[in-house]
Design a protein around this ligand. Structure first.
Ligand code: ADP
Ligand code: MG
Length: 359
């Protein structure tokens, strides 16, 4: 369905796409992952004719996109693109947002367009918002309307450019659920995403982009469980950490909590998880008796989304986490309720408390 041959895109001296070659078959669901700035959006924009490549070509059903005889509107009509920011028409109702394209561009009758719009709003779970205006909707709802509006144009291919990255963490899952549902309808999809779990579950193939190329591609199992090339491995296994040191009893708890909160926001962790981490930091520090040398580390494993909190300190905590001494310790009960796993070790004069935060 889509064939990309030697696609390159330069912005002046900057080579964004060096040479992209691939074939995407009808009904496939492709996830594109990779560090930012590696040309993922540029690639989608070339597919959607929003950019003119420097070299190479793209064929959709054997029609060359960048040939001067190709009808641009006709090709565009086959593709719908969902952007990070929802781009709804603010002055039109949800219904009108969904019908304006089909009526003006596909020549549909109003009744027919309305009927299809209502079906699509049902599909994305927003039937009751048919007469609302965009600014009456949450971010997640706007994005679902944007997806329905795309579908109203009856595209054969749907392109998503980080559809959840502008959303509040609490709204990510409703949008992913809608995309998952569309995936089952058999429409061809290309999705640029940072949601690794989602990409692993939904895709038929995953492209890892780097160095201006599709650096590595494969099934989700191959890319996420057993990446072959160096940069893919680094990207898949990357762990983001925040490390802080305490050297006296006069440490600033609020500053540490504040930094951890920002860390959670940056990685779009739910508010509940962020609140739990604040509490865990406080409780773990309450267990300490010696504040001369404490290392705190909060790690977020991107691959599986797990969060680990580590506290290393000198002196002996006389194993406070031991079952026998914890019955009446409220701090420990709090930790237990917020953590999936708590591990305590005493190694070379250091107490090591290792907690896996519940999600
Ligand atoms: P990604 O989506 O993978 O983060 P992009 O495709 O947005 O990457 O961008 C790739 C590179 O191309 C970046 O370095 C970006 O600054 C540059 N770039 C993107 N669009 C333009 C443009 N219109 N003019 C100049 N440079 C651009
Ligand atoms: Mg991008």
């Amino acid at each position: 369905m889509i064939r990309v041959e030697g696609l390159s895109k330069h912005y002046g001296e900057l080579v964004v796409l060096k040479e992209i070659n691939t074939v995407i078959h009808k009904g496939e669901i492709i996830s594109i992952i990779g560090p930012s700035g590696t040309g993922k959006s540029t690639f989608l924009r070339c597919l959607n004719l929003l950019e003119t490549p420097t070299g190479g070509d793209i064929f959709i059903d054997d029609v060359p996109l960048f040939d001067k005889n190709t009808s641009v509107p006709k090709v565009r009509q086959k593709m719908g693109m969902v952007f990070q920011s929802f781009n709804l028409y603010a002055h039109l109702s949800v219904l009108e947002n969904l019908t304006i394209g089909p009526i003006k561009l596909l020549g549909k009758k109003k009744e027919e367009a309305n009927k299809r719009a209502v079906e699509l709003l049902n599909l994305v779970g927003l039937a009751e918002k048919v007469n609302s205006f965009p600014d009456e909707l949450s971010g997640g709802q706007k994005q679902r309307v944007a997806i329905a509006r795309c579908m109203a144009m009856e595209p054969e291919i749907l392109l998503f450019d980080e559809p959840t990255s502008a959303l509040d963490p609490t709204m990510v899952s409703e949008v992913l659920a809608v995309i998952r549902r569309l995936a089952r309808e058999g429409i061809t999809m290309v999705i640029v995403t940072h949601e690794m779990e989602f990409a692993a579950n939904i895709s038929s193939r995953v492209f890892y982009m780097d160095e201006g190329l599709i650096y590595e591609e494969g099934s989700p199992e191959q890319i996420f469980e057993n990446p072959q090339r160096e940069k893919t491995k680094t990207f898949i296994h990357r762990i983001r950490s925040l490390v802080r040191h305490i050297s006296s009893k006069a440490y600033d708890l609020y500053a540490i909590q504040g930094e951890m909160e920002i860390f959670c926001e940056k990685h779009m962790l739910p508010k509940k998880v962020s609140d739990d981490i604040m509490l865990i930091v406080e409780e773990v520090l309450t267990l300490q008796s010696d504040f001369s040398d404490i290392d705190l580390s909060l790690s977020y494993h991107e691959k599986d989304g797990s969060i680990e909190f580590l506290c290393e300190s000198t002196g002996n905590l006389t194993n406070l986490l031991d079952e026998t001494s914890m019955e009446d310790n409220i701090g420990i009960l709090i930790l237990k309720s917020r953590c999936k796993h708590i591990d305590y070790r005493y190694v070379n004069g250091r107490n090591i408390i290792n907690l896996t935060v519940k999600l």
